[in-house]
Write a protein that binds this ligand. Structure first.
Ligand SMILES: NC(=O)c1ccc[n+]([C@@H]2O[C@H](COP(=O)([O-])OP(=O)(O)OC[C@H]3O[C@@H](n4cnc5c(N)ncnc54)[C@H](OP(=O)(O)O)[C@@H]3O)[C@@H](O)[C@H]2O)c1
Length: 281
């Protein structure tokens, strides 16, 4: 298949390129410089069979400060990409987020639970889902959460840097204990998306996310232990940190049936030890 990937320089986009190529497909990764999803006509020229829209404005605080821009990129942009895919007779895969849910449910969210986003990023991503569905009957919405991937910075590398800083300063490391989610290793997610696309899965919405669900604090502790960093930890509520955006507290996704189980712990350990972690799915 000819697979076009938007947002190809991003955390997930890079892994999607690797995973589709490894599966033997002809892949073209479009970085932001190559293609702005709000003007995606250049996709026509490549005539893809599948378009994976991994591009988004993912700065959740930025989205809260400029919700119109968030809607333009994450909402209308996603719809525009889906419309070009439809015109090419291509399937569209839209990468979406757990933040379409309000995070108040006392159980993990299933595909058919009603979205009710509480922040601008979530509202723009939900608008994207709706626009993608409206523009192309061959659509797959993949909701995921708390991405971390090899190379560059991610939650694990940021926590280790903050812990080293706190330890050097003789201060405790403040970690959020009441925000719960699914850390998801991007190579695992990319492999799962390849599998969903190539097995001609007929579902329209799937949840693909790491297990078990944990607090930010518990995830950080796995990384700290793996890296051998000893620091006093001060558990704090999410509300302690003043932010432009309000993340949902418990927007935990229930992984969809048939999707490979993705345990985030081995990848977190390898990431914390600076090892080249591999897909586990
Ligand atoms: N990160 C998470 O924890 C998380 C959780 C759930 C779902 N998701 C979703 O997963 C997908 C991938 O996320 P990620 O973590 O890989 O994000 P990322 O690293 O921020 O990558 C997103 C990419 O999209 C590009 N982009 C932004 N605006 C664009 C535009 N108008 N046209 C074309 N490209 C544009 C960005 O380029 P520039 O940086 O150059 O602007 C960036 O390379 C997104 O759809 C996101 O909403 C992410």
């Amino acid at each position: 298949m000819r697979v076009a990937i938007t947002g190809a320089a991003g955390q997930l986009g890079r892994q999607l390129v690797v995973a589709f190529e490894a599966d033997g497909h002809e892949v073209r990764g479009f970085s932001h410089d190559d293609l702005d999803i709000t003007k995606p006509a250049a996709l026509f020229d490549w005539d893809p069979d599948v378009v994976v829209n991994s591009a988004a404005w993912t700065d959740v605080d930025g989205c809260a400060r400029d919700p119109e821009r968030a809607m333009r990129i994450n909402g209308e942009g996603a719809g525009a990409v889906s419309a070009v895919a439809a015109a090419c007779n291509a399937m569209i895969v839209q990468v979406s987020t757990n933040e379409v849910f309000d995070g108040t449910l006392d159980r993990p969210y299933h595909e058919d639970d009603d979205p009710d986003p509480i922040n601008a990023y979530g509202r723009s991503k939900l608008a994207g889902e709706i626009a993608v569905v409206a523009a192309n009957p061959r659509h797959l919405i993949v909701r995921t959460a708390w991405l971390f991937g090899p190379g560059g910075t991610n939650f694990v590398t940021k926590i280790l840097a903050a812990a080293t800083h706190a330890a050097d300063a003789g201060q405790p490391l403040r970690l959020v204990s009441d925000e719960i989610g699914n850390p998801t290793w991007t190579p695992d997610l990319a492999a799962a998306i390849v599998s969903l696309v190539t097995q001609d899965d007929r579902r329209n919405v799937v949840h693909v996310a790491g297990v078990p669900a944990v607090s930010r604090l518990a995830w950080a502790q796995v990384a700290l232990e793996a890296a051998g960093i000893r620091v006093d930890v001060d558990p704090v509520a999410l509300a302690t940190f003043e932010r432009a955006s309000t993340p949902p507290l418990r927007a935990v996704l229930a992984p969809s049936a048939g999707v490979a189980e993705m345990d985030w712990r081995p990848a977190s350990v390898e990431c914390a030890r600076g090892l080249p972690a591999k897909p586990t799915a």
